[in-house]
Design a binder for this molecule. Sequence first.
Ligand code: GYE
Length: 331
Amino acid sequence: MLTRSRRTRGVAAAIAVLALGLTACSSDSGSESKETSPAGGDVTSGNIKVGFSQLGAESGWRTANTESVKASLTAENGIDLTFSDAQQKQENQIKALRDFIDQGVDVIAFSPVVETGWDEVLQEIKDAEIPVVLVDRTVDTHVVDPYVTWIGADFEAEGITAGEWVVENYPDAKIFELQGTLGSGAQVDREAGFDATVGESHILGKASGNFTRAEGKAAMEAALQAYPDMNLLFAHNDDMGLGAIEAIEAAGKVPGKDIIIVTVDGVRDGLQALVDKKFNYVVECNPVFGDQILDAITKAHNGEQQPRKTIVLDQAFDQTITQAVVDARLY
Ligand code: GYE
């Protein structure tokens, strides 16, 4: 039997993100980095040793999430952090997790790039009796109780919210869907929620843009050729939608008019595109939940009870958004 962590749509279960304030962090070169104390020395005694495997740096969302994690998992907050960036490669992530086991960290936190393929390493972590805090994306594994708690967004609800807006405003839409990284929780669930809401018959075609601007642009260029009737794009994140704008303009069409654009995330550049009337609707996915990750890690280390899942609350924006809202955005 597969055990799969499914999210409920219940807003009652949702806990709003209260974490505020980002600090600037130098971007990671892609490999492991040891966070040090302000004085520059390694932080050790008394702190909780945490290995955090981030899946990559593919999007504005991911950059903001990494900044939030690094701002919260500090020596001052009782954490000795080893941070590792897997550059969207599962094999890099599995290697980082094995390194964390070898280092004897107290808690492992990670955001899995795709849902499957974790059975072996999760079992190894379990055998080493290291608690796992799952961040953002989800896993699909045979391992029983693979993690203590999961914190992330309700991706299926995000897809449904996007789909409901389309059904209400463009009931006859001919849709092209730019998918995120294939097999990731964010792709699988956003697509399921959206497709079920708008109805498969409205979807002309789909292709993955791997959650990046460059691949989103390339996939959109091909789609504009393949589906000349397309009049609405649903992109699984802002970055791919922003890449698509370039492809649409290069093809002599007007984004936001000839092709209506609906995206997920709500990073500053995405919301700016909404103010500029190039995007039409953006479903938020809030990446700033480092404080909740800190709380979950501390509780996991102390063996305290905590909810099995915490859903980060999202909202949605249309073109009535003001420049002031965009300017006040934290990420
Ligand atoms: O929407 C996208 C990022 O997993 C929620 O990953 C995250 C997604 C986010 O690349 O921009």
